[in-house]
Design a protein around this ligand. Structure first.
Ligand code: G3P
Length: 231
């Protein structure tokens, strides 16, 4: 059957997203995966990718980069081509996050290149309509996140359930396969439960986990609620 997905975007909170804190979240995610089998995707900052990968090695926890630049490898100082991410060992990449937007032509190029290299893509969209546009480009996953709710702790599931139901119907009208996620303000297991009941397969979460006092208990509660919603 279908497995729910909890994708954790570390963003670049300091100190939460870096160093020992980044590793703690990875250990916690590993434990939640071992205890529940829920698919967990971690998207740490570029600088933390190697140690987070090491921490989750041999488990089902996946590691994605937060972004890729639409460039070819070469003389491109400070940019990260998809080839470099592949070399780092990640399983996938987030594209077009609201805080790091890309042009549609670049999203298309990056999805195609990632597929060629065997990396998964999680493309973000701000509204259902852009989600449907991106669905035509066939990423593996799409997360629709209303920007005005990002980081607020007010969840899309409670405040804008129609964004979720509209995303599911618009995206499904053009793409039957893509995994549909939602995000913005997700902080509790109940938020995750509702997001799945509204038709998604899971969530993209940042502050609710990354800035939590006990990321393990938040992730565990979300994972259990995700399983309950799909049962
Ligand atoms: O990528 C997830 C994100 O944009 C949502 O952020 O802090 O509202 O969970 P947050």
């Amino acid at each position: 059957g279908l497995k729910p997905i909890i994708a954790v975007n570390y963003k670049a909170y300091h100190p939460h997203s870096f160093g020992e804190n980044a590793l703690r979240i990875a250990r916690d995610a590993r434990r939640v995966w071992e205890e529940t089998g829920v698919e967990i995707i971690l998207a740490p900052p570029f600088t933390e990718i190697h140690r987070v990968l090491k921490e989750v090695e041999g488990s089902g926890v996946k590691v994605f980069a937060q972004h890729a630049d639409p460039v070819e490898p070469g003389a491109v100082t400070g940019y990260i081509p998809v080839e470099g991410l592949k070399e780092a060992g990640v399983q996938g990449v987030i594209l077009n996050h609201s805080e790091h937007r890309l042009k549609i032509a670049d999203i298309n190029m990056l999805i195609a290149k990632a597929r060629r290299l065997g990396l998964k893509t999680l493309a973000c969209a701000d509204v259902p309509e852009t989600g449907a546009a991106i669905a035509l480009l066939k990423p593996d996953m799409i997360a629709v996140e209303p920007p005005e709710l990002i980081g607020t702790g007010v969840s899309v599931s409670k405040a804008k359930p129609e964004v979720i139901t509209n995303s599911v119907s618009m995206i499904r009208s053009v793409n039957k396969e893509v995994l549909i996620l939602t995000g913005a303000g997700i902080t509790t297991g109940e938020d995750v439960y509702q997001a799945i009941k509204l038709g998604t397969i899971g969530v993209l979460v940042a502050s609710g986990i990354v800035k939590a006092k006990d990321p393990y208990s938040v992730m565990k509660d979300m994972a259990l609620n995700a399983l309950k919603a799909l049962a």
